[in-house]
Design a binder for this molecule. Structure first.
Ligand code: ADP
Ligand code: MG
Length: 677
């Protein structure tokens, strides 16, 4: 017999073909089906007489079918089914396209609530492909689901009922009674039934609240359980007597107050045997790398190894150069380990890392692969961590017992969100930019002003500066978007004739990208025509102009990141956003970009405009996706879930008590077993 956790195919009426469609939606079992939460509801309570139906709009009608006509097959395999119906006063024709199965379920003489688009005129009306329920149905608010080809709302509803009944036969509850009472939450079974088939709005609201709470709670518990595991080990306790004066003295600049404070905080953490778990947050260009270098220097002086992980090879290479520049003169051995090294080079390097001949290893995720052994890894730094997944982070935590961890991020995530994403961590923030930084002048213009924009670019190039031109695509497609390849060709013949330009995009080979970046850094290339590969962390202080084509294609945070590639030196910098899009949203975004340089403000606006669903829907932060909870809109609920998680873990740190077992199972399911272990 099928159970809640059997394969979805075994649910009555599903079978192989439909099962595959469910799998497409990420639904593999009846249990997962139950968690396929409706995206909206259809309210059949508000039905109108045929007379009053608004033409060319969706209406709810209560109709009795009195004559079904045989299906008509027309060209192209299309099947049209028609039936005559009445509301008791007026007639209307029901037209169903390509859904013989759905049509068969309609009975002559049966009465239904139907929802569909009504067309025609006062004499002849039609309702096409209506969604319907029997008039005897007591639940008049019906769920609408995310669908896939070949899976209709009615099918999902039928299967949903079955899955719910299956669960009702043996209902289970994940929350202890006492918690439900304290936080005023309905039972799980009730919530699941009412999220799908609510009697009224209040019921669906209460159900949503309970399920959102569950989700937030599970998230908090999962993150905490992961941390407890790392906390169980102890980290290397470094010697606070080790001086880093040599390092700070040799820097080509003086650390800002915020940078020094961050360094002090980090060193203090390194001198404890509890693993550091710190987020170094600082806007683009605020100088996080120098802070990281200070930490690596301190670790090396303590005889320990550090690893610095970056999300892209370009960025890893750049960090390698920067750290080499800062640290090698002081006798610290820095190495770059990336996937594009030859097997022989890699093997040599791994050998050196294993016997402690390298102090600082820089690279992409390759440096946490199983085959890299460290002699004494004590500090792991991740740059732009929001791009790494939880699994990678866990793998990293495995290396060398439990190293101290420092996460660098330029995304100014509101603190509550940061706590969820990174866990119970400490935060060092760099809010001031290095001295002498000039604000980047940002202009948003339409394509008509492109010539003028390029006049400006050439003028700055003639002064000795360098420039970026960013396009949204690599290759031409059907859309009107600029593709970087063609753009580069045209620019070399047109607007940028006589200047040294080069192409850079993500599909180039690593060695090739590297060569181009090196030439750009050396000033041999004046203009880099590129995609968003330059978005993260690229640092060329002489680059003072950026042109972004199809600026409407980029989100606020992304534009801010991109823009952060200029304004890194002593020169006046300009960013020109080109877009012909006049939609309200785009205009607003361009306005925000030209009026503020404050990354925190931009990120908040971004969150507001895109909604947290998007923020969390995006897999980059590595959290399991939230299906129900809406973070920003339910801060209150989030705080409650946070308190609840804390209390639960205080009383039962590993969630081992019988009354917590169901909850723990749920957490494990959400995070997948191997991560929590
Ligand atoms: P981000 O925080 O975006 O990673 P970087 O570490 O790349 O910023 O630093 C941006 C630029 O600022 C680099 O060229 C770096 O050398 C320079 N920089 C860092 N700290 C200072 C400082 N205290 N004074 C002047 N320039 C600095
Ligand atoms: Mg950086």
């Amino acid at each position: 017999m099928a159970t809640l956790f059997s394969e979805i195919e075994y649910l009555r009426g599903v079978g192989k073909a439909r099962g595959e469609k469910y799998r497409k939606l990420g639904i593999n079992s009846p249990y997962e089906l139950i968690y396929h939460i409706p995206r909206a509801y259809l309210d059949f309570r508000a039905h109108v007489p045929v007379q009053q139906a608004v033409l060319n709009e969706y209406n709810v009608l209560k109709l009795t079918v009195y004559r079904k006509m045989p299906p008509q097959r027309i060209r192209g395999g299309l099947v049209i089914c028609k039936a005559a119906a009445t509301d008791g006063i007026d007639d209307i024709l029901i037209v169903v396209y390509n859904n013989v199965y759905g049509f068969q379920a309609l009975k002559e003489g049966g009465t239904y609530y139907m929802y569909g688009k009504v067309t025609g005129n006062f004499l002849r009306r039609e309702i096409s492909s209506p969604v319907y329920i029997g008039a005897e149905e007591r639940v008049l608010i019906q769920p609408i689901y995310r669908l896939t080809q070949g899976l209709s709302v009615n099918m999902i509803r039928t299967n949903m009922r079955q899955a719910l009944n299956m669960m009702k036969a043996e209902p289970f509850e994940t929350l202890p009674q006492e918690i439900m009472q304290r936080y005023d939450l309905p039972p799980l079974m009730w919530a699941l039934e009412n999220i799908h088939f609510p009697a009224d709005e209040q019921s669906s609201e209460a159900a949503r609240r309970r399920l959102s709470f569950d989700e937030l709670l599970k998230l908090q518990l999962g993150m905490s359980l992961m941390r407890t595991r790392t906390r169980a080990h102890t980290a290397m306790k470094m010697d606070s007597g080790v001086d880093i004066g040599d390092f700070t003295g040799s820097l080509p600049f003086e650390l800002t107050g915020d940078q020094s404070r961050a360094v002090t905080e980090i060193l203090a953490d390194l001198c404890r045997d509890v693993p550091m778990n710190r987020l170094l947050q600082g806007d683009v260009g605020s100088g996080k790398t120098a802070v990281a270098a200070a930490a690596c220097y301190f670790a090396a002086k303590n005889g320990a190894q550090s690893a610095l992980m970056a999300p892209t090879e370009i960025l890893a290479t750049q960090h390698f150069r920067t750290l080499t520049g800062f640290l090698e003169p002081l006798g610290i051995r820095v190495a770059l380990l990336t996937g594009s090294l030859t097997a022989k080079k890699k093997a040599e390097l791994r050998e050196k890392i294993a016997c402690g001949e390298i102090d600082v290893v820089v690279g992409t995720h390759a440096i946490i692969q199983k085959d890299v052994e460290y002699k004494s890894l004590a500090l792991v730094i991740t740059d732009e961590q929001h791009r790494f997944g939880v699994a990678q982070r866990a793998a990293l935590a495995e290396k060398g017992g439990s190293p101290h961890r420092l996460v660098m991020s330029a995304t100014p995530i509101p603190r509550t969100l940061a706590l969820i994403i990174y866990g119970d961590l400490d935060i060092s923030a760099i809010t001031e930019l290095p001295n002498g930084r000039k604000p980047i002048k940002t202009y948003a213009v339409t394509g008509k002003l492109r010539t003028r924009a390029f006049n400006h670019v050439r003028m700055r190039l003639d002064e000795g500066r360098q420039a970026y031109v960013v396009c949204p695509m690599i290759e031409d497609s059907d859309s009107d978007l600029f593709a970087v390849k063609t753009y580069a060709e045209n620019a070399a013949k047109g607007d940028l004739r006589g200047y040294r330009t080069a192409l850079l995009h993500g599909r180039m080979r690593a060695a090739e990208k590297d060569r181009v970046m090196q030439q750009f850094r050396a000033g041999e290339i004046q203009v880099l025509i590129c995609t968003t590969v330059v978005e993260v962390g690229v640092d060329v202080p002489n680059a003072a102009v950026m042109v972004i084509e199809n600026a409407e294609r980029f989100g606020l945070s992304q534009l801010h990141q991109l823009r952060g590639r200029v304004g890194r030196g002593e020169y006046d910098s300009t960013c020109i956003l080109i877009t012909d899009n006049t939609s309200e949203e785009c205009v607003k975004r361009m306005k925000i970009m030209s009026s503020t340089a404050d990354g925190f403000k931009i990120s908040e606006e971004d969150l507001k405009m895109r909604g947290p669903g998007d923020f969390f829907g995006n897999a980059q932060h590595g959290l399991p996706p939230l299906k129900i909870a809406d973070i920003a809109c339910s801060m209150e609920l989030m705080n409650k879930a946070q308190t609840c998680a804390k209390e639960l873990l205080e009383s039962d740190p590993a969630l081992e008590r019988p009354e917590h077992r169901a909850l723990k199972m749920d957490v494990l399911r959400l995070f997948s077993k191997e991560i929590i272990g």
